[in-house]
Design a protein around this ligand. Structure first.
Ligand SMILES: Cc1cc2nc3c(=O)[nH]c(=O)nc-3n(C[C@H](O)[C@H](O)[C@H](O)COP(=O)(O)OP(=O)(O)OC[C@H]3O[C@@H](n4cnc5c(N)ncnc54)[C@H](O)[C@@H]3O)c2cc1C
Ligand code: SF4
Length: 548
């Protein structure tokens, strides 16, 4: 059966759930299509949150509990066209495919972007080989929506702690949660070097908030669903939308095509859990399938703008780890509690290093203070045999490895892209998405420059030895970053952008993109709070309501 809705929302992750929340609050009726399974919420009684999540490494990290299963829904990868159709088939930058999307999996570090992140071209200038651009919106345009995003999701943070943060109209809704012990050691060392570590803003309740409990620092945060629903992202938005009675959630339902007639979308074609293809109609289509599946669906639907899928960005991750002599208890906490932003902002020294490397400038990214802390992963790295138990008890990795992960800003390049693989098909028979990607020299130079400084900091914190690793890197060209953006660039000119500053496709304006695909540049921060913020601003504009 089909009935007309005011809007169809494709994807129930942070972007789609936010759109559902804003639209239903404005009185719209919406249907949310989600290709993954539902382990989050009871659609019949949305106040009842599911209890399917657990601190189970095998379930989440190896058995694809939250999907997608790379055998059923593979992706392909190559560095450049010269490598042929692909060099890898399988798991490529997968973000969970489930009700709640990647928000269920993320550990939710949610800082705002800085003011200059919206005007990189104007402030820092072009870089050869990269398509650096200003955003068509400013931080000031977005500030009220950032404030609303933090309130709706529930963010814990200290507004005074980070001197690099942009101005804000008010405090965080909650104070920061308890710090991790390892982070206190590296934060103290960073301060000695004149850096400015701070308790990272996190979408995890530090106190009971919005009818959900405070986080108990169970230690299984990144890569796991929260067993007590202390993570706000995106369960809070989805619950409100469903409780309104104006939202219908359809899990295990794959949208295979956006149907367009006379320059307007009339609805979508979808395949339900029963395998039957049907059509649903609506006045608007909100496309929130994530930074990679959104361009794939546009291409599957026959959209032809030449920039669809281009300017794909990740984060260039620099890991610096060291062995700490004391036990750091990395298995207690929210995966990351402290960060520093000093390497996001070019200074005289880094500008000189850039010139020496033949670049006009470079930027690093936010640095997370963290360690690997899960027993099954450690066991896999620990040689088998009689000494296995002793080595696991001594826990060189879980208890003693600690360090940094820098989320380096990845410059947009038109040649880095998502398109449809010419021959590989998913379980439903549709072409899978193919990633063509290699980093710019900018990211590599920034990583070498700041990596050396992070090693120095770790030694100052007491590390007996240190080691560096990057992703992508010499051993694996596929970036493991799950921060994806840029594939449906926004702008005012339809020749150089796919959607307008309100997320509307230039070619079909009643299709509104509500994820990180429109970002013109990626910044050195996780994309999630900013994509939620952009969705809040754009969906309020669609509904004729006001953010704040
Ligand atoms: C382990 C981990 C840690 C992370 N940590 C952070 C962090 O600390 N900070 C941060 O900012 N970000 C983090 N991220 C990234 C974050 O998860 C993503 O930025 C965020 O989930 C993107 O939200 P989205 O709504 O755009 O897309 P998604 O969360 O990807 O949601 C899109 C949804 O659409 C569905 N979908 C796709 N195609 C279709 C279709 N054709 N039909 C129907 N449904 C479809 C998908 O199944 C999915 O559920 C992390 C990710 C992971 C995996
Ligand atoms: S650390 Fe906190 S927010 Fe994260 S999964 Fe555990 S209880 Fe939930």
């Amino acid at each position: 059966m089909t009935r007309d809705f005011d809007a169809i929302i494709i994807g129930s992750g942070p972007g789609g759930s936010t759109a559902a929340d804003i639209l239903t609050a404005a009185g719209w009726s919406v249907v949310i299509f989600e290709k993954g399974r539902n382990h989050l919420i009871d659609p019949a009684d949305p106040n009842r949150l599911a209890s399917d999540f657990s601190n189970d490494e095998i379930k989440f990290m190896f058995r694809h509990f939250l999907g997608p299963d790379p055998l059923l829904e593979p992706r392909t990868f190559r560095r450049h066209d010269g490598e042929g159709d692909r060099i890898r088939t399988g798991e490529v930058n997968n973000v969970p495919s489930t009700v709640g999307g990647g928000g269920t999996h993320a550990d939710g570090k949610v800082p705002r972007f800085r003011e200059e992140d919206f005007r990189v071209l104007s402030d820092w200038g072009p870089v050869d080989g990269a398509s650096v651009a200003d955003w068509p919106v400013t931080y000031a345009d977005l500030e009220p929506s950032y404030a609303e995003a933090e309130r709706l999701v529930g963010v814990a943070g200290d507004a005074t702690a980070n001197p690099f943060a942009a101005w804000r109209s008010g405090p965080y809704p909650m104070p920061p949660g308890a710090p991790m012990y390892g982070a206190l050691l590296t934060a103290a060392a960073a301060e000695k070097l004149g850096w400015h570590p701070y308790p990272g803003p996190t979408a995890a309740n530090s106190v009971p908030y919005d009818g959900r409990p405070a986080c108990n620092n169970c230690g299984f945060c990144a890569f796991f669903g929260c067993p007590i629903h202390a993570k706000g992202d995106p369960v809070a938005s989805l619950r409100r939308a469903l409780v309104s009675g104006r939202a219908e959630l359809r899990p295990e339902t794959f949208v295979s095509r956006i149907v367009v007639a006379n320059g307007r979308a009339t609805g979508v074609e979808y395949i339900g859990a029963d395998g039957i293809t049907r059509e649903e109609r609506a006045g608007h289509v909100i496309l929130a399938a994530g930074g990679m599946e959104t361009p794939r669906l546009l291409l599957l639907s026959g959209f032809e703008h030449p920039l669809i899928g281009r300017n794909l960005m990740f984060h260039f991750q620099t890991y610096v780890m060291g062995k700490m002599p004391v036990r750091v208890h990395g298995h207690k906490g929210r995966s990351v509690t402290h960060m520093h932003d000093d390497h996001l902002v070019p200074d005289d020294e880094s500008l000189a290093a850039a010139r020496e490397a033949g670049l006009p400038w470079f930027k690093g990214g936010m640095v997370e203070h963290a360690g690997p802390a899960h027993p099954i992963v450690e066991a896999r790295f620990t040689p088998w045999g009689a000494r296995h138990k002793d080595t696991m008890r001594a826990s060189e990795m879980r208890e003693h490895l600690w360090g940094f992960c820098m989320q380096g800003e990845d410059l947009p390049q038109a040649t880095n892209r998502v398109d449809l693989d010419p021959t590989v098909r998913d379980v439903r028979g549709f072409p899978v998405l193919r990633v063509t990607y290699q980093p710019h020299r900018h990211e590599q130079v920034a990583s070498e420059y700041y990596g050396a400084r992070l090693e120095e900091c770790l030694r100052l914190a007491g590390a007996e030895w240190t080691v560096q690793h990057t992703s992508p890197g010499p051993f694996d060209p596929v970036p493991i970053s799950r921060h994806v953006a840029g594939t449906v660039r926004m702008g005012t000119d339809a020749a150089t952008s796919v959607c307008d500053p309100w997320g509307r496709l230039h070619d079909v304006p009643n299709v509104i993109v509500a994820d990180s695909s429109p970002f013109p540049t990626g910044a050195g921060y996780g994309p999630t709070l900013t994509l939620i913020t952009l969705a809040i601003r754009n969906i309020h504009a669609l509904a004729g309501t006001t953010p704040g």
